[in-house]
Design a protein around this ligand. Sequence first.
Ligand SMILES: [Zn+2]
Length: 387
Amino acid sequence: MSLQEQSSLNKKFLKNTINNYYRQKILREPPLLPMREIAIQPIDSKTYVRHLSFPSMIKLYEYVTKKTPLHLYYSVAVYDNPSAEDMEAKGLVKADIMFDIDVDHYSGCSEVVTLCSRCGYVDKKDLKQCPRCGSKDLVKIPQVTIECLKRGWFDALKLVDILENEFGANKITVSFSGSRGFHVRVEDEHLTRLDRDERRAVVEYINMSNLDLSRIVPKIKIRGRGVKAAFSKEREYGVRARLKMLATQLLEAEDYGDYILVDYRELSSLIDAVRVEVDTVVTIDTSRLSRFIYSINGKSGLAVCELDPDREFNYTYKDFRIVDGVVKVRPLYDTPKLMILDQEVKLRKNELMRVDAYIGFYLALKNLAIVVDSSDLEVIRPCRLST
Ligand SMILES: [Zn+2]
């Protein structure tokens, strides 16, 4: 079989699987759907199709099952004319605030294996160009463990607390992005009306970038006791409340009338523990697109899943899979052992192997292997959704 025939076999497999998945009609309908811009990246295309709009989910499903999206998005914004191509002409009404928590900035969570799809060179580094043949046609395989996702979840919860307690938000949705992190979305009316500059101020507050701690917690010099920070025993708010809570748990606190005193230098070491690193660009951009809940993330083949912030993160990658069963694949490359999602896989070029269907789906998406037999594959509802 020629390479072209093999790759068209893969395309067919991916198309069938994606279309069958969307035929389940389980996408979460965004509020005010007709006023949202919809965008997709069709499987046959390297570019996005933007500025779509649909009056109903029925029409959206008709389109989606025809175009087979690798990625499916809707605007965080609500517009008067969502399908206008010019941003001005769209007429922004309001926009949900999105926060992106990507786990790849944690130490030990940024590992990526690069494979050159021209010559098959494999490197456990995140490369921009193949050092052997110079090609830039590279496949990236993130090596993100579930432990890394747990760290991201912890930050997502910290962010939810700040949004609830300090911004008065209560329409908050947290979702697994389908890949390397979490999305936190806020839909409270008083926040969706904020403009770019106001959103930037929100992000700076959460990131604590440009923070001058002494303006929030003044330094107090007390004779014979050194430099101290004082917190009211009664009541504290915002960043001060967060710092006080941690300080009383972790530092030695002295009683001082209506106040407690802690060592200033020790207090400043707690800053990282009370801040949350979020991507500024994502949050301030009101023209941003966001993934539909229960859509497929075409980078991983996993579903975008809403998660309950009141429950602990006890998921595995398998909980986000959209297919069940086992498939037979023909690898296109030789590789050392790789982490494909949560499984260790070693590919031997042209040696048929059986893998779990979600691993096969991932290998096909990245064009690392051809799925030659998928008769045992079953499309399923992801995210522990009951049937
Ligand atoms: Zn190469």
